[in-house]
Write a protein that binds this ligand. Structure first.
Ligand code: GZL
Ligand code: ZN
Length: 326
């Protein structure tokens, strides 16, 4: 499948298309987006990380009244069952469109079919689902597998043939980023002397990262761990607390590579406590809003839109940290 990467310009272009498509003609339809307010139900994962807060802010800014939306927001506290219930409530409420950042990939077939039967288009943002893509109109997000490859390529470059003991803080079990970041990283380190001695989920939260890292340190000791791969900055930041509490020096005794590049993660990178960060861009709101308008206006849209990610060394982070939007 040809991947369509959107640079920032293209990203704005698609969003503008969506916004323009529904301001040109005013058919005064039933919330079809032309002249009327579009009621959108947004089922967010929860508020598990700094990344999530930035994503929620981006979505709320884009799905604003001045942009022609009424946003019905639900945060499911990282509970997949609660998130499906929220989507079912949106269907019963008769919203014009539904946007979902699915906590986990599986279990979506039934409720997506119900939305389809109710004639309510679904746009996915951020994470993806394992359901057939005829059950949703479009998806916009990041290439999690490539993020994992970038992190693994750094580790392979950094450690090469040196026997290296690595522990992994996995994202939410069953989530697309956790699955794909693991796959990409492992592919990139094939053939190196990096050995995964332990791997557990910290559920993308700081507390989760700290608790699991405390367990790893209790089991292996600071000296028994050379490298930590954390699927997001927040778990890496929690691990840093655990390493320091045990008298270790994060970024030196244990090298750390994470994914997201949120402000606090980038600060830790500048401070030398993290060694490399792969970005995962949370600013998806404008594109998602443009897609909702395009879909409601009957425009042809692709099934997936990928937003480009960057990656940062400590030096590169120091250069950009003050100008970053999140
Ligand atoms: C990735 C996103 C992940 C972030 C975490 O796009 O789904 O969820 O990497 C967030 O920080 O909790
Ligand atoms: Zn229109």
């Amino acid at each position: 499948m040809r991947k369509r990467f959107l640079s920032t310009i293209a990203l704005a272009g698609v969003a503008a298309l969506g916004l323009a498509a529904c301001s040109s003609s005013d058919d005064g339809g039933n919330g079809s987006g032309d002249g009327d307010t579009i009621t959108v139900g947004f089922a967010q994962t929860g508020s598990e990380s700094g990344w999530r807060s930035a994503n929620t802010e981006s979505m709320k800014t884009a799905f604003s009244a001045e942009n022609g939306f009424e946003l019905v927001f639900n945060a499911a506290d990282n509970d997949p069952a609660a998130q499906i219930t929220a989507v079912r409530n949106f269907i019963n409420q008769g919203v014009d469109a539904i946007v979902i950042a699915p906590i986990v990939e599986d279990g979506w077939d039934d409720v997506l079919q119900e939305a389809k039967d109710a004639g309510i288009p679904v746009i996915l943002e951020d994470r993806t689902v394992s359901s057939s893509d005829d059950l949703y109109a479009s998806w916009v997000g990041l290439d999690f597998r490539t993020e994992g490859v970038y992190a693994g390529e750094w580790a392979a470059e950094e450690f090469g043939d040196t026997p290296t003991k690595m522990v992994v803080l996995e994202g939410t079990t069953g989530s697309a980023p956790a699955n794909d970041r693991a796959d990409g990283f492992n592919e990139a380190i094939e053939g190196t002397a990096i050995e995964t001695i332990d791997s557990q989920t910290g559920d993308f939260t700081r507390d989760g990262g700290k608790t699991v890292m405390e367990g790893f340190i209790a089991k292996y000791g600071i000296d028994g761990i050379d490298l930590l791969y954390a699927h997001n900055d927040d778990m890496g930041l929690g691990a840093i607390e655990a390493i320091e509490a045990a008298g270790g020096v994060p970024g030196v005794d244990i090298k750390i590579v994470t994914i997201d590049a949120v402000k606090d993660g980038m600060q830790a990178l500048v401070d030398g406590k993290i060694n490399y960060i792969v970005e995962c861009n949370p600013l998806l709101g404008e594109l998602a809003a443009g897609l909702v308008k395009d879909v409601l206006a009957g425009e042809d849209v692709d099934k997936s839109y990928y937003v480009e990610d960057q990656k940062f060394t400590q030096e590169e982070a120091a250069e950009v940290i003050d100008s970053r939007l999140y």
